[in-house]
Design a protein around this ligand. Structure first.
Ligand SMILES: NC(=O)c1ccc[n+]([C@@H]2O[C@H](COP(=O)([O-])OP(=O)(O)OC[C@H]3O[C@@H](n4cnc5c(N)ncnc54)[C@H](O)[C@@H]3O)[C@@H](O)[C@H]2O)c1
Length: 258
C-alpha cells in the first residue's frame, strides 16, 4: 500500500495503538497529524514521522472541526481518519454507585469524539472524492464484558455507528470501518496487565493493530467491523441478519440498500 501524497489523522496518537498506527501510516507514505490530549507525547510521535502534532481534548465539540481545518490549511487535504482515542470504564455503572462525571467522560471520548470526528472529516473527504474512516472500537463492541458494562455500551455504540454510517457514506466512496481488537498490551490495561501476565494470557501488540489497520484500508468494505485476536487473521465479523415482521426480511431502506 502506498499512501504517498495522502494525509491522515490519528486521534489518541501519542501512545499505545494510536502511536503504532500513526507510525505505520507515516511509513506507508502519508503525512500524519497526531492528535492527543498529551501534547508532549503527540509531539514526540509526530517528530518521529515528520508529521504534525495537534494537542486537544477530542470530547470538546469544537476540537475535531478545528483539527480538520488546521490539517487542510497546513497539509492541504485529508484522506484517512483513524478515530482511535479511548478510555476504560473504570466502574461498573450498574447501580447507585454511578460516578456520573466519569461516565460522561467515557462517553465523551469513546462515543462523542467518533461522531464529532466523522462529521468534521466527511466534508474534507468529500473534497477529495472519497476517503477512509477507521474507528477503534473493541471486541467489547460485539461481545459483552461483564466486568465493564459502560465500556461495552460505548464500544457497541460505535460499532453500530460504523455499520450505519458505513452504509450511508459508502455510496460517496467514503468507507467507514470499525476495528474490534481483543486485549492489547497498552497503558489502558492498567492493573489487568499483571493479571493477564500471571496466567500467560496472550495479548495483542499495538503493531498487530497497525497491521489490521493496513489490512482494513486495503480490503475493508463499507460498514465492516473487523475482529483482531492474537495469532488470528484480522477479518470482518459476520453479523446475523435480523428477523423482520412476521419473519419477513426488513425492506432495503432499513438495511441501507435502497
Ligand atoms: N488496550 C486494549 O486492550 C484495547 C482493546 C480494544 C480496544 N482498545 C481501544 O483502543 C483505543 C486506543 O487505546 P490504547 O489501548 O492505545 O490506550 P492508551 O491509553 O495507550 O492510549 C490512548 C490515547 O488516547 C488519548 N486520549 C484519551 N482521552 C483523550 C481525549 N479526551 N482527547 C484526546 N486524546 C485523548 C490518551 O492521551 C492516549 O494517548 C481506545 O479506543 C481503546 O478503547 C484498546
Amino acid at each position: 500500500m502506498d499512501l504517498t501524497g495522502k494525509v491522515a489523522l490519528v486521534t489518541g496518537g501519542a501512545a499505545g495503538i494510536g502511536a503504532a498506527t500513526a507510525k505505520r501510516l507515516g511509513k506507508l507514505g502519508a503525512k500524519v497529524a497526531v492528535v492527543d490530549l498529551d501534547r508532549d507525547g503527540a509531539e514526540k510521535v509526530a517528530a518521529e514521522l515528520q508529521g504534525l502534532a495537534i494537542s486537544g481534548d477530542v470530547t470538546d465539540p469544537d476540537t475535531m472541526p478545528s483539527v480538520v481545518e488546521q490539517i487542510e490549511r497546513e497539509l492541504g487535504r485529508l484522506d484517512v481518519v483513524h478515530l482511535n482515542a479511548g478510555v476504560g470504564g473504570g466502574q461498573a455503572g450498574i447501580d447507585d454507585a454511578l460516578d456520573v462525571q466519569r461516565y460522561r467522560k467515557l462517553m465523551g471520548v469513546n462515543v462523542d469524539h467518533v461522531v464529532y470526528g466523522t462529521c468534521a472529516a466527511v466534508p474534507a473527504l468529500r473534497r477529495q472524492g472519497g476517503g477512509r474512516i477507521v474507528i477503534t472500537a473493541s471486541l467489547a463492541g460485539i461481545a459483552a464484558m461483564p466486568n465493564d458494562p459502560l465500556y461495552t455500551l460505548s464500544k457497541h455504540a460505535v460499532v453500530g455507528y460504523a455499520r450505519a454510517a458505513g452504509a450511508a457514506l459508502g455510496r460517496e466512496n467514503i468507507t467507514v470501518n470499525a476495528l474490534c481488537p481483543g486485549f492489547v498490551d497498552t497503558l489502558l490495561l492498567g492493573q489487568a496487565k499483571e493479571e493477564f501476565d500471571a496466567v500467560n494470557f496472550p495479548l495483542l501488540t499495538p503493531e498487530d493493530i497497525a497491521d489490521a489497520l493496513q489490512a482494513v484500508l486495503t480490503d475493508g468494505q463499507p460498514g465492516e467491523a473487523w475482529i483482531i485476536q492474537p495469532g488470528g487473521q484480522a477479518g470482518a465479523y459476520k453479523f446475523r441478519g435480523v428477523p423482520g415482521a412476521a419473519g419477513q426480511v426488513p425492506p432495503d431502506v432499513v438495511l441501507g440498500r435502497a
